[in-house]
Design a protein around this ligand. Structure first.
Ligand code: NAD
Ligand code: DAU
Length: 359
């Protein structure tokens, strides 16, 4: 193991463990790595919670360099077996409980996966990489660890942590553990903190897919509070490209912010969604579905990322702006109604009712 300010060089053959690869962002990352790096073996470890869906990876599941393992990152024996059996040299850690509203009703499951699970993974890496070189533990995190920021300021990599929700507190904790393992055990790590993602295969509990689904089926669009909160949106493929770049060319030991420079008020974003979908569906009145509902407790007012470090050091830029990304995203959801239908039947209905309209 070697941590420090050295460039992480491309190694030709490599066994990489991607956690949470059946989820939204993870499935885009797995696909990119499986197709772009046939010389790598990609082991996708996912517990398949409500958010994990192997349908997201149907097109790559039969590739020779891809392997799926169903399991929990909090299961330390399983992790040790995987590191040993597959000689894992790189970890891209995405597995998490990811939805803020769920963290408010069930914080412990967030601690279990996001904190305990991450520490288990760190322990396995420290144990197996003791006498190895060219290893990397890449931890995927969120801009929510920084809390809320007022106009016109931006989160930089040195902004103090100030998490406000159980979700962001659990992610902040996991980031601290990753840095502590770098300092204490010299584990080679990279952390990136990204803004709000959107795109194909996102579970319809998050604002954008929820609204696409509800506009399509002419159901209410629940806007928390006055809809004035601001988020910085990034198309998921742009995030996957940044992850690919950082995994191969990021400076070991460093943290990078990733963001779209695409800040939108929720209400403006939802109105834009309504107008694009009205055009595509030949309708004119989807905005009438908007309902202002009780605000999210502790709702962060504004997230806004300064992504200069990854831009200046590595030349990364988001390829799509929000309008282009939404067009692609809406087209995908309209073309994949079955995917959405399967997810939104059964338990989802009950969760959705409790979450938005019965509280
Ligand atoms: P997601 O909820 O869509 O997917 C999470 C995946 O992790 C699922 O496949 C789930 O089955 C799996 N998982 C959950 N608990 C597990 C466990 N204990 N063991 C193994 N697998 C488990 O999440 P996402 O939106 O794709 O986010 C992925 C990562 O990116 C998370 O770490 C999240 O904090 C981070 N992130 C997300 C966003 C965003 O906007 N969605 C932005 C920045 C960072
Ligand atoms: O910033 C990165 C984070 O973005 C990720 O770390 C999280 O995993 C991801 O879930 C996302 O968190 P948000 O809470 O910002 O995303 P969400 O889609 O839940 O909400 C976006 C905004 O829309 C937020 O201000 C809350 C609001 N909202 C959300 C829902 C689900 C509504 O007004 N109505 C809704 O029904």
């Amino acid at each position: 193991m070697a941590a420090g300010n050295i460039k992480n060089t491309i190694v030709l053959e490599r066994n990489i463990l991607i956690t949470g690869g059946a989820g939204f962002i993870g499935s885009h990352v797995v696909r990119k790595f499986v197709l772009k790096y046939p010389q790598y073996r990609i082991v996708n470890l996912d517990k398949l919670t409500y958010a994990g869906n192997l349908e997201n990876l149907k097109d790559v599941e039969k590739r020779d360099n891809y392997l799926f393992v169903k399991g929990d990152i909090a299961d330390s024996k399983l992790l040790h077996d995987l590191f040993q059996e597959y000689s894992i040299k790189g970890v891209i850690h995405l597995a998490a409980e990811s939805h803020v509203d769920r963290s408010i009703s069930d914080p412990l499951s967030f601690i279990q996966t996001n904190v305990v699970g991450t520490v288990n993974l760190l322990n396995a890496a420290v144990h197996y990489w003791q006498s190895q070189t060219d290893c990397l533990f890449y931890h995927i995190s969120t801009d929510e660890v920084y809390g809320s920021i007022a106009v016109p300021d931006l989160f930089t990599e040195t902004t103090s942590y100030d998490p406000k929700s159980p979700y962001s507190a659990s992610k902040a904790s996991s980031d601290h553990f990753v840095r502590a393992y770098k300092n204490t055990y010299k584990l080679p790590i990279i952390i990136s903190n990204c803004s709000n993602n959107y795109g194909p295969c996102q579970f319809p509990e998050k604002l954008i897919p929820l609204c696409i689904h509800n506009i399509h089926s002419e159901k209410p669009l629940p806007i928390y509070g006055k809809g004035e909160n601001i988020r910085d949106w990034l198309y998921v493929e742009d995030h996957a490209s940044a992850i690919d770049l950082l995994f191969h060319e990021g400076t070991v030991g460093e943290t990078y912010n990733i963001g779209g420079d695409n800040q939108w008020k929720n209400i403006t974003l939802v109105r834009l969604l309504c107008s694009i979908m009205d055009r595509k569906l030949g309708r004119s009145n989807s905005e009438n579905l908007i309902e202002f509902v009780k605000d999210r407790p502790g709702h962060d007012a504004r997230y806004a990322i300064d992504a200069c470090k990854i831009q200046n050091e590595l030349g990364w830029r988001p390829r799509l702006d929000l309008e282009e990304g939404l067009e692609k995203t809406i087209d995908w959801y309209l073309e994949n109604e079955d995917w959405l239908e399967r997810l939104t039947s059964g338990q989802y209905q009950q969760y959705y009712q409790e979450q938005y309209f019965n509280r």
